[in-house]
Design a protein. Structure first.
Ligand code: AMP
Length: 406
């Protein structure tokens, strides 16, 4: 703990656990989630230090200080942690001993057990099922034979996913029949340290739409959820998030209750996103991520408190903010590197002027230097009184990035 913060006790609650503005928050990870977190924290009067691979990463560019090194470099991590009053993270694949090294010097949230759960789909699904959270049927898979056995038990088609290191649909295959199990390269997927399987097979969920809920929880067990987001994916990557979700009030309440139960069951401190499939009559949890989430970016414009501010409040032990919407409708559209590539193919840049000429569109760019197809480079948000109108305006603004218009 830094000397400056060590002696401070919150006058309102008398709690030593409250990390007040002026303190230093450490963020492990330098991506866009860390960047938007740092911007929200700085607005609230905190200093944010970032630990990441290089000083030109998105979060490093807006941080008060940066310590660079690989996540396995414990002397660099400890030098960083000594400068922080509290530490958090923006992605879940951080080695447990790195988190342990951080927590020697400052409270670190979420803790290693929450990360261990989020790093492995097998541990995640068994943990959720034990907590009575609805998940799709699932079976362990090691090879072609066990994939076929899983399909026979769950019913074809099945979705097989690597248990570790998969995201945005990577390491994922839909198998329609036993024959298709021969098409997958089963070897090489990593197994968990405690003998967890390398793959998990899931029953195919016939969902009407996908949704997510973000929940925040403090050390003294206060919990708040955001309204339910509706998510449209393209090629397994989030494309648009709409608020409010087109989901019945009963299911919205259930979704927020599920998120609360997950956070309580895990003993979460910080922020967590629960991704859900919405079927005509029930909700099924797909996965959870113990950090800010792409679907929550819309809260910056749409809610009284953004997901990033809520994350700061939760790890600092402050009162959690009001999550209610401040507008009737809001939407967020991702900007992927494909747009930059398409512009480059025409020997030009994305047409920012035309995009920003669209009424009421907010531009968020993450400061990434290299654009690649599928890479999240930024997003657009808009709010209004009518969701269809808001969404249409955003699509127009995105299309204009590739227009010749002045
Ligand atoms: P994931 O990597 O688990 O987030 O999955 C990426 C996307 O694949 C999800 O957003 C869904 O669109 C689809 N998907 C994943 N699992 C299932 C499932 N069990 N049934 C139907 N679709 C799925």
């Amino acid at each position: 703990m830094s000397d400056r913060q060590a002696s401070k006790i919150d006058p309102a609650s008398g709690s030593e656990h409250v990390i007040l503005p002026g303190a230093t928050i450490g963020m492990v990870g330098g991506g866009q989630l860390g960047r938007m977190f740092a911007m929200a924290a700085a607005r609230m009067g905190y200093r944010v230090g970032v630990f990441c691979g290089s000083s030109d990463e998105p979060a490093a560019e807006v941080a008060a200080f940066t310590v660079c090194g690989p996540l396995t470099d414990h002397s660099a991590i400890e030098a960083f942690a000594k400068r922080c009053d509290v530490i958090t993270l923006e992605f879940e694949n951080i080695p447990a001993d790195t988190i342990a090294a951080c927590s020697k010097h400052a409270p670190t949230y979420p803790d290693a057990s929450v990360l261990a759960m989020a790093q492995d789909r097998w541990i995640e699904k068994t943990t959720l099922r034990e907590a009575g959270i609805p998940v799709a049927g699932f079976e362990p898979v090691y090879d072609r034979e066990s994939a076929i056995a899983a399909g026979e038990s769950l019913g074809w088609p099945i979705i097989v996913k690597t248990c570790r290191s998969g995201y945005d649909g990577k390491g994922q295959h839909r198998l329609n029949s036993p024959d298709e199990a021969a098409l997958v390269q089963w070897e090489g997927a990593e197994s968990g340290d405690d003998g967890q399987p390398p793959w998990v097979a899931e029953a195919l969920v016939l969902f009407e739409r996908e949704a997510s809920v973000i929940v925040a929880r403090t050390l003294d067990q206060r919990v708040e959820t955001f309204p339910v987001f509706e998510n449209d994916h393209q090629n397994h990557i989030l494309d648009e998030t709409k608020l409010p979700a087109n989901v019945s009030p009963e299911l919205q309440l259930q979704a927020r209750e599920i998120a609360t139960r997950v956070a309580e069951h895990l003993g979460l401190v910080g922020l967590l996103c629960v991704e859900l499939f919405v079927t005509p009559d029930e909700l099924i949890v797909n996965e959870v991520a113990p950090r800010p989430h792409n679907s929550g970016h819309v809260t910056i414009e749409a809610c009284a408190t953004s997901q990033f501010e809520q994350h700061v409040r939760a790890i600092c032990g402050l009162p959690l903010g009001d999550t209610s919407m401040v507008v009737p409708a809001a939407s967020m559209l991702n900007l992927l590197g494909d747009i930059w590539e398409a512009a480059e193919a025409r020997e030009t840049l994305p047409n920012w002027g035309a995009c920003l000429d669209t009424p009421g569109v907010a531009l968020h760019l993450y400061g990434k230097h290299a654009a690649r197809a599928g890479r999240k480079m930024g997003h657009l948000s808009a709010v209004g009184s009518d969701l269809a109108d808001v969404s249409e305006r955003l699509r127009l603004a995105r299309e204009r990035l590739l227009s010749d218009r002045g």
